[in-house]
Design a protein. Structure first.
Length: 568
């Protein structure tokens, strides 16, 4: 603490939930602009209300009470809040944004019938199941449709008596059994009292300066959502005359996501910024020192970082073929590519080819598994030298194995395998012989798109992206293909497609990399299931060897058996 700064002392008080919501609704409690955005998952929101009803502690809220005008958010929990009232002291929330946003966004929302107008607002529609059966956090649930159900109490009806009466007037009309309706009302009244009567601990800081308040915020490490390094440095470098560092990083991530590539890892974008700004240790430096000596360089480097990350993402998507950001094998690859495109925005053709080789080289190995500050410092130096034409990229070939032992999307090899498979088999047919765009499907669907063919086998060859009709599994759909189905070809002239004489079933299987002999054994059942996976594994491994050879990447003779120990 500087000599010219007075010591600040916390003043703990107790307040009810209604007091907190009222203060926000009057503009007297604000969330400062340097706070992190709302990032809680839906399950965390449900757990908060379950804890409140049970009377469990949810942690204290830290407020900075001051006359200083600080830029603050105009929306909390997705709802607009009024501006600070003139002539009144304002309390700025330093710790508890996620909890407060959940309480305000759920309890203060207008009571609606039917789904939310904005599809993204469904997370704020939380209901309490009033039936006696639900246990634990199952008592609270999201109800996306918003369709009226007598046993579901919308939490938007809890804080306002008028909304509560309106809801239960409808319950009485819908429920003909008077005893059942009375039981629902009694339970709802009890829930309402528990929520309204819950006591929050508010700790107020009186008399602190802006610098002191920001430093208090930056040094918090409470339970709940841990502060990321970029949020830490963002708080420590906060200046009211410019957007926060964290919000600028959000802008970079959002701009890439808007291209259809998905959200890049924020931490990787932040580390790219550190590297471009000249910070030697991008992994785990003392963040307060980083903020002190590179804060101006960080903000100055933001435009260069945005451009470099954009070019890196473009290379990953079009130069390599990564279908979506979620399939980037290592986030450190993004950092190193950003450094390359920072020093060499337009690589030569030779450099571009070497970069492509480097990507597959590192993705098929444990190159960045458990990477340390020293590892990344060395890799950044090599990438910078390569970019300015003073070196080459020569990764270690000792553990290059393209075929992962298990299908595990936390593994770099599995993510690389998904990308390769999308490149190798780009246009596939569903069970009806209709083509679908696998890259588009990977970019829009979740991991559930990868279906098991046979049970209890976790190898990649047992996973298939194979759309089927409702209520038909992948195994049944494959077995239902007819070996004599005629050549009702799917794409124009059969002579142009080289498909003359091949049945539709053969075309479907080939589009997914399934050998005909493997499919026949699958149709036999029994140990044919195991043989199917073995045969397809061998076939895919051979295709991978050919792909690697074209890239001049050396691969060991045995493509199987490499443990998935390659996640970051």
């Amino acid at each position: 603490m500087r000599a010219d700064q007075a010591e600040i002392r916390p003043d703990p008080t107790i307040a009810l939930v209604d007091d907190l919501l009222g203060g926000i609704g009057r503009g007297e409690i604000r969330v400062p602009a340097f706070q992190r955005p709302f990032v809680w998952r839906p399950a965390q929101m449900l757990e908060l209300f379950d804890s409140i009803e049970r009377g469990y502690p949810i942690g204290s809220l830290l407020l900075w009470q001051t006359d200083v005008q600080v830029p603050s958010l105009d929306r909390i929990g997705g709802l607009e809040v009024p501006p600070p009232p003139a002539g009144k002291q304002i309390s700025y929330l330093l710790d508890g944004h996620q909890r407060v946003s959940t309480l305000f966004g759920v309890l203060n929302r207008p009571l609606r019938d039917g789904p939310a107008e904005d599809e993204r607002d469904w997370i704020w529609q939380i209901y309490r199941d009033l039936r006696p059966d639900p246990l634990g956090s199952d008592r609270y649930r999201h109800h996306r449709s918003g369709k009226f159900a007598p046993h579901l109490l919308p939490l938007a009806a809890v804080m306002r008596t008028r909304n509560f009466l309106r809801h239960f007037h409808r319950v009485e009309l819908e429920v003909r059994d008077t005893r059942q309706a009375d039981a629902l009302i009694r339970e709802a009244e009890a829930v309402t009292q528990r929520i309204k009567g819950y006591k929050l601990t508010l700790v107020r800081l009186q008399g602190a300066s802006l610098d002191q308040a920001v430093n208090v915020y930056a040094r918090l490490n409470r339970t709940g959502t841990r502060m990321d390094p970029d949020q830490m440095v963002s708080a420590l470098t906060y200046r009211k005359e410019q957007p926060s560092l964290a919000s600028r990083i959000d802008d970079i991530v959002t701009a890439i996501a808007d291209t259809g590539f998905g959200e890049l890892p924020r931490l990787a974008v932040f580390r790219s910024l550190l590297a471009i700004a000249g910070e030697a240790d991008i992994m785990s430096p003392r963040w307060s020192l980083v903020a002190d000596y590179v804060q101006n360089r960080l903000h100055d480097a933001l435009p260069q970082t945005a451009q470099a990350v954009r070019l890196a993402a473009q290379f990953l998507r079009t130069g390599v073929g990564v279908p979506h950001a979620r399939f980037l094998p290592y986030s450190h690859q993004l950092v190193l590519l950003a450094m390359l495109f920072h020093v060499r925005p337009q690589p030569s053709g030779w450099q571009y080819d070497r970069l492509r080789r480097w990507f597959w080289f590192t993705s098929w190995s444990s190159a960045f598994a458990g990477a340390t500050s020293t590892t990344l410092r060395k890799a950044l130096g090599e990438m910078r030298s390569f970019g300015i034409g003073e070196g080459d990229l020569e990764p270690d070939p000792s553990d290059v194995q393209p075929m992962p032992e298990l299908f595990n999307l936390n593994s770099a090899r599995t993510k690389a395998y998904v990308t390769w498979e999308a490149l190798e088999f780009p246009r596939r047919l569903d069970m009806l012989g209709q083509p679908f765009d696998v890259v588009k499907l990977l970019a829009t669907a979740d991991i559930q798109v990868f279906k098991h063919v046979v049970p209890k086998d976790s190898r990649p060859a047992n996973r298939l992206i194979f759309p089927t009709t409702p209520n038909i599994g992948v195994l049944a759909a494959l077995k239902g293909l007819s070996p004599t189905r005629g050549p009702d070809l799917f794409d124009g002239n059969p002579h142009q497609n080289g498909l003359v004489g091949r049945s539709m079933t053969e075309q479907i299987l080939e589009s997914h990399g399934i050998p005909l002999k493997a499919w026949r054994r699958l149709c036999e059942g029994g140990n044919g299931n195991q043989i199917f996976v073995d045969d397809r594994t061998e076939y895919l491994a051979q295709r991978l060897r050919i792909f690697a050879a074209r890239l001049d990447v050396p691969v060991g003779g045995n493509m199987e058996g490499m443990a998935d120990d390659d996640s970051e």
